[in-house]
Design a protein. Structure first.
Length: 325
């Protein structure tokens, strides 16, 4: 059986993307086949499209890491059955009419969330929870600096920090994005375009205990200078380069922890734990109005090139989502 999907004619720019008919995936034991209604767009999709972030072994080469849709088939014990509405994290393949989802990673879609809203939750919120809670051990009374605060992950991380009782600070590149971060609960913000060195400003705020950074190399020295004693710096990207000079004396004297983190290559068990956290902690907070669903824009699958351009131009406030069907 065939389906429509976004395929690539080699690594490169948005012009390599096109919608074609290809064979539908076949679920294996422990998996379900999902009829996709919406798929989240992430920075990782762009890096993969450019040829710098290949899919893990065994994963679909089709772009897309998060989906919402209707269960079409279940292979193995599951609380879900065909026809149920679910959303979840996949290692690839979301930009298509059908995708395979590991049963432990399927989350029941609340009726009050649209397909597009649900599709924008897994990658952002599971990444935020993994790095702030599981790795970063952020606790009440501490402070966190979230770089790229207006991104999907950034918006989730700001709100999660506040949910944990921590102070949230954020950086962004425009006044609209700074206002967006403030609305989400960021106590202090700064425009990175206006500062060559941000550590002096962050130190005026009292420094920070945790930094979530998708930028990497060009921010390393300022990040280290911004951290308080026993601070934690977590890298989730290298948009600003992979090379940097590190002052080990500061790391030593401050007892700092520097940690690299990726979600895509984590085990199914780790991802299942994060899916449970999303379902048990984040969805109730959304339902209670404590957390906002930050949906920036929705594009039909046929306009996937425009969706990628929108993200590449850094115009989004929150999540970009593809509507599949």
């Amino acid at each position: 059986m065939v389906m429509k999907a976004v395929v690539q004619a080699g690594a490169g720019g948005v012009d390599t993307l096109k919608v074609e008919s290809i064979e539908r995936p076949i679920p294996q034991d422990g998996q379900m086949l999902v009829r996709v209604h919406a798929a989240g767009v992430n920075r990782a999709d762009i890096v993969q499209r450019e040829g710098y972030y290949p899919a893990p072994p065994g994963a679909s080469a089709i772009l897309g890491l998060e989906v919402s849709g209707t269960v079409a088939e279940v292979r193995g014990p599951s609380r879900f059955k065909p026809g149920d509405a679910v959303f979840g994290l996949v290692p690839g393949g979301a930009y298509a009419e059908y995708v395979v989802l590991d049963i432990p990673l399927a989350i029941a879609k609340p009726k009050q969330l649209s397909w597009t809203e649900a599709a924008g939750l897994p990658e952002a919120w599971m990444t935020a929870w993994f790095n702030l809670v599981e790795i970063g051990k952020l606790i009440e009374g501490e402070s966190a600096l979230i770089h790229a605060g207006a991104s999907g992950v950034g918006a989730a991380a700001i709100q999660l920090a506040r949910l944990l009782g921590a102070r949230a600070f954020a950086s962004a590149g425009s006044d609209d994005k700074l206002d967006f971060c403030r609305r989400l609960g960021a106590e202090q913000v700064y425009n990175w375009r206006d500062l060559t060195g941000f550590s002096s400003v962050v130190r005026q705020w009292g420094g920070v205990d945790l930094i979530l950074d998708p930028v990497g190399g060009s921010y390393l020295a300022e990040n280290v200078a911004s951290l308080n004693q026993d601070g934690r710096l977590i890298f989730i990207g290298v948009m600003g380069g992979a090379q940097a000079t590190l002052n080990l004396a500061q790391v030593l004297m401050k007892r700092l922890t520097l940690r690299g983190s990726t979600l895509r290559t984590q085990s199914t068990a780790v991802k299942a734990k994060l899916a449970c956290a999303l379902e048990e902690h984040i969805l109730p907070a959304i339902d209670a109005g404590v957390i906002s669903v930050t949906l920036d824009s929705v594009y039909p699958m046929e306009e996937v090139r425009d969706a990628h351009r929108h993200m590449e131009n850094n115009r989004n406030l929150g999540k970009i989502v593809l509507s599949i069907a």
